[in-house]
Design a protein around this ligand. Structure first.
Ligand code: UTP
Ligand code: MN
Length: 489
């Protein structure tokens, strides 16, 4: 990309003000322009990028390679750069980029290639860069005339579909959201790159209906870009990432004109105890939990559990059991080989005095009663009714790059299952959510059975089918065993 060189005084470069960590992409150092983006969105985007392994410096220095701004013209950013260079006495020749480059890179999990003005890149087909000193500013929305001619524009990406699923969820369209989620999952399972036609065939007509004619004509990436840039989507995403905030609350706040986390505090918005904790630990809770961290929390809980109930076991479930290297929380299943002994274990663990390690917790009692019979598929059975503790742990972490304090807040779900229900709980809590949904659907449609995290019920025989292991559940369903690492659908 050719940038018009700027007049600048070259002095000795000052050290970078950001974290010393070079991140996963040593050649890329981001700096976000606060003007128009706002302080809280900037903080949020910084945290997002860091979570994805990017190095983001708070202050400009000669080390910065990519300057990202939002709703600023080329001239404005060029002036901003000149001023920064003046202030810090450092040069540098960073690429000046529109936020759409950033969004695309976050989606891709890597810095996407920057191409010249008027060209296209990947799916986006947006102008991502411009020459300082030239106006008009880049249009954030791609126009159909700037379509990528290489055929890339018809390709649906999994990430694009996931964004559409999320957006549909934010608008309360559960059906559409599910159609996109399913399509994303199908795409994940398909080999290699497909033509638009093949994709359409594989994904089915439900998706076309969900997308709508205009989107099909304009290209999915245009729609995705529009969604990502929309204020509502961004705000909903910001709010729903607060522990304890769902779509309904986020939507209400949006309608009340609240846009940022700072707004929430300044307006004294009424928050539940859970949401207060979520807001207080927002950054930590939106930073991925590493496998090693999950394992040490597992050990901590194991020790505490042993103290109260020797013989009880703690099993790491969720994404980590599926082999994922990182996740958003730690899911732990507790049980005891003697039925009934596990009752009350959780309150003992969560409320014990040495648990200064628990920053927040709320418990739910076991409300499962076998005599009530199975719940209808797709109904309440999605929610399980185990004794459960939703908590935030304080985990000591050494040598955390850029962090002043030596600890981190981590979301932990503790779930207690009586031994007879344990295989069902383990299957249900290992996920993925999509895998569970499809497995339960299969059980209902193909086998006339109701599967949930407590039991498997055969509606033709009118009986519960017991299982001592996950393997036995698959046998009852007439399926070959699927190991956890293959349940990432
Ligand atoms: P998570 O939401 O923790 O997902 O639920 P995950 O797969 O571990 O991914 P991360 O944490 O985002 O990395 C784990 C599984 O537990 C079940 C879901 O089926 C999900 O797949 N689950 C979760 C429930 O059954 N009930 C709940 O209330 C929450
Ligand atoms: Mn999890």
């Amino acid at each position: 990309m050719a940038l018009v060189p700027l007049k600048r005084r070259r002095r000795a470069p000052s050290p970078p003000a950001g974290p010393p960590d070079t991140g996963r992409f040593p050649a890329v150092v981001l700096c976000l322009v606060e003007k128009r983006m706002g302080a809280s969105r900037r903080a949020f985007l910084t945290q997002l990028a860091r979570a994805k392994g990017f190095r983001v410096d708070r202050a400009y220095s000669a080390a910065v390679t990519h300057v990202v701004s939002e709703q600023n013209s080329g001239n404005e950013v060029a002036r901003w750069l000149e001023q920064q260079q003046e202030e810090c006495g450092a040069g540098g020749d960073p690429a000046l980029l529109d936020i759409s480059w950033f969004t695309e890179s976050m989606g891709a999990g890597r810095p996407v290639e920057i191409e010249g003005d008027g060209k296209c890149w990947g799916l986006g087909r947006v102008r991502v860069s411009w020459v300082p000193g030239t106006d008009p500013p880049p249009t954030p929305l791609p126009s159909s005339s700037s379509r990528c001619p290489t055929g890339g524009d018809s390709a649906l990406s999994q990430e694009a579909l996931e964004t559409l699923a999320e957006e549909a969820g934010f608008s309360g369209s559960e059906g559409r959201s599910l159609a996109f989620t399913r399509a994303a999952s199908v795409l994940k399972a398909l080999p290699g790159q497909l033509s638009a036609l093949e994709e359409g065939q594989a994904l089915g007509s439900g998706l076309s209906l969900s997308l709508g004619q205009d989107v099909l004509e304009d290209g999915v990436s245009v729609e995705v870009e529009r969604v990502k840039l929309s204020e509502r989507y961004r705000t909903m995403k910001l709010f729903t990432k607060i522990f304890g905030v769902g779509v309904r609350t986020a939507s209400r706040w949006y309608q009340e004109g609240i846009r940022t986390l700072v707004d929430l505090q300044e307006r004294n918005t009424k928050l539940t105890r859970q949401q207060q904790a979520g807001l207080q630990h927002y950054e930590d809770l939106n930073t991925p939990v590493e496998r090693g961290e999950a394992e040490s929390i597992g050990r901590m809980v194991q020790e505490a559990v042993q103290r109260f109930l020797p013989g009880a076991s703690v099993t790491l479930a969720g994404g980590f059991r599926r082999g994922k290297p990182r996740g958003h929380d730690v899911d732990l299943l507790l049980t005891h080989p003697e039925a009934g002994r596990e009752a009350g274990l959780l309150s003992a663990v969560c409320l014990s005095p040495h648990q200064g390690l628990i920053l927040y917790q709320h418990s739910q009692e076991n409300s499962f009663a076998l005599h009530e019979g199975p719940e209808p598929p797709g109904g309440r059975d999605v929610l399980d009714r185990f004794e459960r503790c939703f908590s935030i742990f304080r985990l000591e972490v050494q040598g955390r790059p850029g962090a002043a304090r030596g600890w981190k807040a981590v979301r932990v779900d503790l779930v207690v299952a009586p031994v007879g229900q344990f295989p069902f709980a383990l299957l249900g809590w290992t996920g993925s959510r999509h895998f569970e949904r499809e497995l339960r659907r299969f059980a209902g449609h193909e086998r006339k059975m109701v599967l949930n995290s407590h039991t498997l019920y055969d509606t033709r025989l009118n009986l519960f089918l017991p299982a001592a292991s996950e393997e036995e559940i698959f046998q009852h369903l007439g399926l070959e065993y699927v190991p956890p690492t293959q349940r990432n659908a």
